[in-house]
Design a protein around this ligand. Structure first.
Ligand SMILES: NC(=O)c1ccc[n+]([C@@H]2O[C@H](COP(=O)([O-])OP(=O)(O)OC[C@H]3O[C@@H](n4cnc5c(N)ncnc54)[C@H](OP(=O)(O)O)[C@@H]3O)[C@@H](O)[C@H]2O)c1
Length: 280
């Protein structure tokens, strides 16, 4: 059976460029996924015009049955999964008029809970040597640094998936109760959801490290940089192909590397996301 790579949210933006890069560099099938089938198939056609041959499968990371169908497809046709890039993500615009409580709920539901649902479904079918790249953001580092010291300690002490999920749930509840400030949370739904994603990556790496039935499975988180996509209203300075570079590096890590493992990378470099120094 062929090896296989899956990229979530790849009908446009950085995910689309990650598929393009994998089609050129990955030795196996590459599956472009999209929550909307017609947008996904259009993206596949457009890459075909470049002489590339991605496959298509529908995937809505908020929909358990959609995730399950993709998993079944992978098991039936490939017997497992070799590369997973959790790229799908969402951010409200600065000018959004939805109340912050709603923004917090929706953003955590997509970026954190949706990605976690895909991870939980795919973890059992990842083969030895598999690579997972979670497309997070330096906004997660920034959000962490804006948390109160007691909350930072709680976040640092969270060492299970459930503990991180509980904290994400607390953030949403706190936004609903209007107690973000007293509970020490930052006022960024996007940043907090990405903070959760950074935490997940190191915790899940420990699960794989303790798995005696499979070897050399590596998961990392990354920031693609500030990229010219719909999410940034095309204000980012990087092209989508430049934004895809770090996620691709993580998706294509050679066998048995000692690092990065369960870490965070931006601009091709490993960084301690909790202590990242912002120059602004
Ligand atoms: N652009 C930047 O500067 C930047 C910086 C840091 C991190 N990131 C991260 O990079 C990733 C890609 O962002 P981008 O800039 O390429 O954004 P984008 O152009 O808005 O693309 C986002 C992709 O995610 C998909 N998506 C959203 N909700 C989904 C769901 N429930 N299920 C499946 N797919 C879903 C979108 O599908 P639809 O087309 O159907 O909406 C789209 O394909 C995101 O995780 C983002 O947070 C981006």
């Amino acid at each position: 059976m062929n090896k296989v790579a899956v990229v979530s949210g790849s009908n446009k933006g950085i995910g689309y460029a990650i598929v393009r890069g994998l089609c050129k560099q990955f030795n196996g099938d590459v599956i472009l996924t999209s929550r909307d089938e017609s947008r996904g198939r259009e993206a596949v056609s457009s890459l075909e015009k470049e002489g590339l041959h991605p496959k298509f499968h529908q995937l809505d990371i908020e929909d358990a049955s959609s995730i399950e169908q993709l998993k079944e497809h992978l098991v039936q046709n490939y017997g497992g999964l070799d590369v997973l890039v959790n790229n799908a993500g969402f951010a409200f615009k600065q000018a959004a008029t939805e109340p912050f409580s709603e923004q917090a709920e929706v953003t955590v539901r997509i970026n954190y809970l949706g990605t976690l649902a895909v991870m939980k479904a795919m973890m059992p079918i990842l083969r030895s040597g598999a690579r997972v790249a979670n497309v997070s953001s330096l906004a997660g580092s920034y959000a962490f640094q804006k948390c109160s010291k007691p909350l930072q300690s709680k976040l640092q002490a969270a060492d299970t998936i459930d503990a991180v999920t509980d904290l994400m749930t607390c953030f949403v509840q706190s936004a609903k109760n209007n107690t973000l400030e007293t509970e020490g949370w930052p006022s960024s739904a996007y940043g907090t959801s990405k903070l959760g994603l950074c935490m997940l990556s190191s915790i899940i790496q420990k699960h794989f490290d303790a798995d005696s039935t499979r070897s050399d499975i590596i998961i990392n988180a990354c920031c693609p940089g500030h990229v010219d996509t719909q999410m940034t209203d095309h204000m980012g300075s990087k092209t989508i192909d430049e934004g895809a570079e770090t996620p691709l590096l993580l998706a294509l890590l050679p066998p048995n590397v000692s690092e990065p493992r369960g870490q965070f990378m931006t601009e091709g470099k490993i960084e301690d996301w909790m202590k990242y120094e912002f120059n602004f």
